[in-house]
Design a protein around this ligand. Structure first.
Ligand SMILES: Cc1cc2nc3c(=O)[nH]c(=O)nc-3n(C[C@H](O)[C@H](O)[C@H](O)COP(=O)(O)OP(=O)(O)OC[C@H]3O[C@@H](n4cnc5c(N)ncnc54)[C@H](O)[C@@H]3O)c2cc1C
Length: 396
């Protein structure tokens, strides 16, 4: 069998967000999502099966997306239930939508960590199960065959809420459009997204972490608000001996922009004009726009893009404390442009592809962080050169 890799993973990785729409839409099952050496999944075409119908390219929203040109309605909102607020990453708006969908015998799709701590998309039909989707997981979520499940629920007349990153939600919408599935009963929520870290690096990180501690991680909270509030951004690892470790190791590399998928630097959804019903995020600028929510417990920014979104918001606002605010005063960089590449992005991946374990140890568990800085991209040489140049100038 002749299997050919679409050039995407190797030559044009910035053009594929990995949403999987091309794979599920293929009428010949000629496309599979395969893990590349950077730990992200890319589509591979079986050229024996491919009939070159072009449906995959037509369905690729990442290639075809254009901002809608419509300004959203904007709210600062947070759940009235203090428990929901405390256990959600922002203000718990997502759980308020879940409440409405489950009450209407609906199904909710979202991202969760499975029993092996892999970040995967799944669906839930009870409120209790929706809680597994709570909280940001700073890893790209594996879509598996969730688009097909979603299609089936909609065809069966169920109400469906689908949540995920901008690329996942728009990938689903494009897939349903190609398949001519009615989206009347579909509510979509996407998040403002900095970028998605590699699932492969996450797996390695967990492996090294457990080896170092000689303990098994049973749960991860990527942002433990209980520990030091919403703003601080501290991770919590629960271990099998019932102890906990708090750290900022993963978060630090997340914000250094070295773990992201190439397409994140070319993200089309870094706009406030989207096709989803809601876009949610951390509310930036609370101190000016809604000081009554500025108590370090968290608050959601909610953007409403559609008439359906407005109707749902008017029903669920009974679960919320909220205030309408201006879009201009609640903007953050990821709402208007993609993130920039970390300065040592190339160095990290060069090392990772050579020896994943060693690279993860070096970056996440450095024995001497200064030594790492010295080595990266010839930093040591550059610093030394600059110092020598200055010293020579002074002497002259
Ligand atoms: C990778 C990533 C990057 C982010 N970057 C930003 C940012 O730049 N600016 C900002 O303001 N906020 C960012 N967030 C936070 C996000 O906006 C909040 O999670 C969102 O506001 C939801 O808050 P909530 O309190 O309503 O619900 P929560 O309970 O906190 O979040 C649950 C929702 O997040 C979804 N979700 C969680 N992890 C993932 C994942 N890995 N992939 C897809 N969907 C996921 C769930 O499906 C569910 O819809 C990011 C989150 C993630 C996962």
């Amino acid at each position: 069998m002749k299997i050919k890799m679409i050039d995407l993973a190797l030559e044009k990785p910035e053009l594929c967000c990995g949403c999987s729409a091309c794979a599920v839409v293929c009428p010949k099952n000629a496309i599979t999502m395969k893990v590349s050496d950077n730990g992200f999944k890319y589509p591979i075409i079986d050229s024996e099966k491919c009939v070159e119908c072009g449906l995959c390219l037509k369905t690729c929203d990442f290639k075809n997306f254009k901002p809608t040109g419509k300004k959203p309605q904007v709210y600062a909102a947070r759940h009235k239930d203090p428990d929901e607020l405390a256990t959600s990453t922002s203000g718990g708006y997502f759980m308020a939508v879940c409440q409405y969908v489950i009450e209407n015998n609906g199904v909710v799709f979202g991202s969760r960590l499975d029993e092996n701590l892999k970040c995967v998309h799944a669906f839930a039909e009870t409120y209790e199960d929706c809680k597994k989707f709570k909280g940001s997981k700073y890893v790209q979520s594996d879509m598996g065959d969730m688009f097909s499940h979603c299609e089936q629920f909609l065809k069966n007349g169920r109400m469906v809420c689908f949540s995920g990153t901008g690329c996942q939600v728009h990938g689903l919408l494009s897939y349903l459009k190609t398949k001519k599935v009615s989206t009347e009963k579909l509510i979509t929520i996407d998040i403002v997204c900095h970028g998605v870290p590699s699932p492969g690096v996450w797996d390695k990180y967990i492996e090294v972490f457990q080896k170092n501690t000689q303990k098994k991680i049973t749960a991860v909270d990527f942002r433990d608000k209980d520990y030091s509030g919403w703003a601080a951004h501290v991770e919590k690892y629960s271990l099998d001996d019932l102890t906990e470790i708090h750290s900022r190791q993963w978060t630090t590399c997340f914000y250094r922009h070295i773990l992201f998928r190439e397409s994140c630097f070319n993200c089309k959804y870094t706009t406030t004009e989207r096709n989803s019903d809601f876009t949610i995020a951390d509310y930036w600028g609370l101190e000016k726009n809604a000081p009554e929510f500025n108590d370090n417990k968290g608050c959601s920014l909610v953007m409403i893009h559609s008439e359906k979104g407005k109707t749902v918001f008017n029903i669920i606002n009974k679960y919320l404390n909220y205030k309408e605010t201006k879009l201009e005063s609640s903007m953050q960089p990821q709402m208007s442009r993609p993130v920039w590449k970390g300065w040592d992005y190339g160095y990290f991946w060069k090392k990772y592809k050579k020896n994943p374990q060693k690279a993860v140890k070096k970056y996440f568990f450095p024995s001497n962080p200064l030594k790492l800085f010295w080595k990266v991209e010839g930093c040591g040489k550059k610093v030394l050169k600059a110092v020598l140049k200055k010293t020579r100038k002074r002497k002259a």
